[in-house]
Design a protein around this ligand. Structure first.
Ligand code: GRG
Length: 348
């Protein structure tokens, strides 16, 4: 999808770029609706629907592009069993929130989806590998993920560990090799930022504190510990999804700062909602085992502050996130507003 296709789906001006990114010809404009043009799928404008419907149309189209790009990002090769295992989890569905945030942030500041797509795919590879490893018997020991048997249940533990490792390294290779049309220093900055958000100061650090807190004596896991876990284990990758997209799109430092704060708020809200859903949704709705937090004695927002307060906190965080978007282009900012609302109201 091109930049214009996305903004059109959100009710922006109906302008169509051709597949080379040049000014649209009359033929392009006439034939663009719902047709695949080479690698670019065009969508028709939906200016006459309510904003929630507009967002749904937008996200449906963006997700279709993400699925297509993900499918191409991990081709089958020898040893096929490893490729199969990587693709099994990567293409198992999922909400694709991280890539969607990355693409929306890039477009918001004037970049194109094409520029951010390799990074968007890489972020989903990293997210997927973290899920594969999280589900392992030595970690959360889960049988279901994204509505399917977990990777190690299908391919065995050794292959699941290695598929995760391969997805992780492929992610960095993919950003470096496939990002086109943007300066090398921006690509390098993105690679460094993603590395930091994934390692001991990010996702892995958060997971470690989470494991150390499990089954801890009552009162020892405070709300600050929980904030640390959430900000690192979940928030860091969501944050870099937004900031990486913004960097690739050519954002100013001030814009990156605002988007970073937007992302920190939605990141924490995402996990507060996750804690809530673990208590309120069914395993079928979640596509993974529900009620797991309570079963293993995990401290969560509902267990520490109660359900109603947790909902209030999530709403407050989403509202703060949206405040950071003030001053951006009112049309191009709609996807990030919609994604914030989606994170608050999601059912899985
Ligand atoms: C990253 C090197 C490296 C190792 C992994 C196991 C581990 C270390 C970290 C665990 C990270 C983890 C599982 C965090 C939870 C994040 C979270 C809320 C996942 C659910 O995300 P959704 O709802 O899932 O976006 P879908 O399936 O929709 O993509």
């Amino acid at each position: 999808m091109t930049t214009t296709a996305a903004t059109r789906a959100m009710g922006g001006r109906a302008r169509v770029a051709n597949a080379r990114g040049a000014r649209p010809t009359r033929g392009d404009r006439a034939g663009a609706r719902g047709r695949v043009m080479g690698r670019v799928r065009a969508v028709s404008a939906t200016p006459d629907v309510s904003s929630e419907q507009e967002f749904n149309a937008y996200i449906k189209n963006v997700n279709a592009e993400i699925e297509r790009a993900l499918d191409a990002s991990v081709p089958m090769h020898y040893p096929e069993r490893l490729s199969e295992s990587m693709r099994y989890s990567l293409l198992a569905g999922g909400k694709r929130i991280r890539p969607a945030l990355c693409l929306a942030a890039c477009e918001l500041v004037g970049g194109t989806m094409e520029v951010a797509m390799p990074t968007a795919c890489a972020l989903e590879m990293i997210h997927t590998m973290s899920l594969i490893h999280d589900d392992l018997p030595s970690m959360d020991n889960d049988d279901f993920r994204r509505g399917k048997p977990t990777n190690h249940k299908v391919y065995g533990e050794e292959m699941a560990i290695l598929a995760g490792d391969a997805l992780l390294s492929h992610a960095f290779e993919y950003i470096g090799r496939e990002t086109k049309g943007v300066s090398a220093d921006k690509v390098l900055r993105v690679i460094v930022d993603v590395g930091k958000c994934v390692g001991s100061e990010g996702l892995v650090g958060g997971q470690v504190v989470d494991i150390m807190s499990e089954g801890a004596d009552e009162g020892t896991v405070t709300i600050d510990t929980l904030k640390y876990i959430h900000a690192h284990k979940t928030g860091a990758l969501l944050e870099v999804s937004v900031t990486a997209g913004a960097i690739l799109g050519g954002a100013s430092e001030e814009q990156i700062g605002k988007l970073e704060r937007y992302a920190q708020n939605i990141g924490l809200a995402f996990q507060v909602v996750d804690d809530i859903l673990d208590c309120t949704a069914t395993s079928e709705e979640l596509g993974k085992t529900a009620g797991k937090d309570m079963a293993v004695g995990k401290s969560t927002y509902p267990s520490l502050v109660g359900m109603e307060e947790s909902k209030r906190i999530a709403a407050d965080l989403i509202s703060k996130a949206k405040q950071e978007l003030e001053g951006f282009d009112p049309v191009k900012v709609k996807p990030l507003i919609g994604l914030a609302d989606y994170i608050q109201n999601r059912k899985n």
